[in-house]
Design a protein around this ligand. Sequence first.
Ligand SMILES: C[S@@+](CC[C@H](N)C(=O)[O-])C[C@H]1O[C@@H](n2cnc3c(N)ncnc32)[C@H](O)[C@@H]1O
Length: 280
Amino acid sequence: MLDPAELDKVYLCDALTKLQSLPDACIDLIYIDPPFGSGKAQSMTRIRTGEGEQLRKGFGDRTYQFSVISHQSFDDRLPRTDYLQFLSEVLLEAHRTLKTTGSIYVHLDHHSVHYVKVRLDEIFGEERFLNEIIWAYDYGGRHRDRWPQKHDSLLWYAKSKTWTFNRDEIDRLPYMAPGLVPKEKALRGKLPTDVWWMTIVPTNSKERTGYPTQKPLALLRRIILASSRPGELVVDVFCGSGTTLVAAAQCGRHYIGADISQDAVALAQLRLTALNADKS
Ligand SMILES: C[S@@+](CC[C@H](N)C(=O)[O-])C[C@H]1O[C@@H](n2cnc3c(N)ncnc32)[C@H](O)[C@@H]1O
């Protein structure tokens, strides 16, 4: 049995170790956004312009002063075979710790989605594959010699033949041609398909923490509302800045988070404390 004292906490801990510490069949929903196997160190430096010791060249070759407010990073340079070996061990533990009615979303991109899909088919069974969700966004640099790569892939698997999908809880979208459907339907909007157009966290938004590859709360809220019920347990063992945990708390779910980065855990805790302060 899962000790209730373990709930609603963020652990400074390796993903595999955290899952290994949990009993069988105790989790309702797992979302993981592991390093993508990009072969790069991921980092992000936040700066404040208009003051500071340092100079930078900007638009029109003008120089401006800036100071560094924060620098966050994590390593994504494991060789592919090691990366897949590590992730497979995590996925095996995820399978063991999910309830029979539970499901898992694995957030990836073009670097590794095809390799990881094969592993997930082996561990969960091909017949347990539910969706590949394409999260499409439009931000950042563009290749000049190929189509700009502007989507991530989220693989969704169930543990058994029974899983949660709360259609009525999902945010609805405007019809592209509302004039072609009855007024009542147009007013209700339509359910999203497996292609989700959603902005990344805007640079100037309050949500922005400065953590590299921070995911939008709207993305996690959609997943959590659709695939878990109030009071259930949502787990993210690569929680980074804590987006999943904040979204889970906002949606009235319990959560357990883990990350090996001290900066990440501190940031996630800060966000959760701020959320609780807003509530009280
Ligand atoms: C893509 S980021 C997650 C970003 C997060 N979804 C967010 O919204 O902020 C991946 C995270 O995995 C963490 N990580 C890498 N290897 C890990 C491991 N072995 N165990 C736990 N966390 C790990 C990194 O520190 C990083 O925070």
